[in-house]
Design a protein around this ligand. Structure first.
Ligand code: CUA
Length: 286
């Protein structure tokens, strides 16, 4: 009820009901505290008015009412934390990542200022990504998909739009090409930082079809406000049709790279240093 009054975004994820329940309980608790302390404050203003009490009382309050109230507040907070927040977090962390044949794993690659999504394709294996193959030539080249890796040939790469089937567990591996971004879908009750050099998985199951905004929830530069994507939750058949329409018919031409990046660090994961690789390849072309 309070959630609706506060115009909270409608939930569209399986785990969202639990989060909403917790938020609802927290909001009610905050409301009670706010009203309670405001009444107490107004009472004090009246009770200790200077005109009524010209002489200060150096003894002060003798009863322990305020201590008792504090204990109750701590108890309620402990119940919220130990009874709801911790179990919710533990469930999200322990019982998953989801496993099984129906789980869909997508890489979400952030950059200033947009999102690119990488799917494994029919073979179920994601093609290798390498900063050396990064260019603006195609969506595949934008994420540096290695044209020599056979697993990458059938991979689906989509800019801005991340289509998924409804009622299917998803694992999204979030990473970034440049600065720290954040993959956030309010309807799905999820948010995860996109950190260069790291691939951080986040999982959820959409339970409603529709188009939901993916926003960047981390201030990442002048174009931060425009860094949007769309999570399109479809029926299984619509999703299959989308995958088909996106599957490359012929192998993607390799992006021209004249020299290997001499300064590239072999320790880096393939998601790091693309900017350096791009800079080096453009310098070598000029
Ligand atoms: Cu990317 Cu804000």
């Amino acid at each position: 009820m309070l959630n609706n009054l506060l115009h909270m975004t409608e939930n569209a994820a399986e785990h969202g009901t639990q989060i909403d329940f917790f938020l609802e309980a927290s909001h009610w608790f905050m409301l009670v505290l706010f009203v309670g302390w405001t009444i107490f404050f107004l009472y004090c203003c009246y009770r200790f008015w200077q005109r009524k009490n010209p002489k200060a009382d150096y003894v002060g309050v003798k009863n322990h009412a305020s201590s008792h109230i504090e204990v109750y507040v701590i108890l309620i907070e402990a119940v919220l934390l130990l009874g709801f927040a911790f179990p919710l977090w533990a469930k999200q962390v322990n019982e998953i990542p989801p496993e099984g044949d129906n789980v869909i794993r997508v890489h979400a690659i952030a950059e200033q200022f947009g999102w690119t999504f990488h799917y494994a394709g029919a073979d179920g294996v994601l093609g290798r990504k390498n900063p050396m193959f990064i260019s603006a030539a195609s969506p595949q080249a934008i994420i540096g998909l290695d044209p020599n890796d056979p697993h990458g040939k059938d991979d689906v790469v989509s800019r801005t739009y991340m289509n998924v089937p409804v009622n299917t567990p998803l694992i999204v591996d979030v990473t970034s090409k440049d600065v720290i971004h954040n993959y956030a879908v309010a309807h799905m009750r999820i948010s995860q930082d996109a950190i260069p050099g790291m691939r951080v998985p986040i999982w959820f199951t959409p339970i409603r079809t529709g188009e939901f905004e993916i926003i960047c929830a981390q201030l990442c530069g002048a174009g931060h406000f425009s860094m949007k994507g769309f999570l399109v939750v479809q029926s299984e058949s619509e999703y299959q049709a989308w995958v088909e329409s996106k599957t490359p018919q012929k192998p993607v031409a390799p992006a021209p790279v004249k020299t290997p990046a001499p300064e590239s660090n072999p320790e880096m994961t393939p998601d790091v240093g693309e900017d350096a690789a791009v800079a080096i390849s453009s310098v070598s072309k000029s």
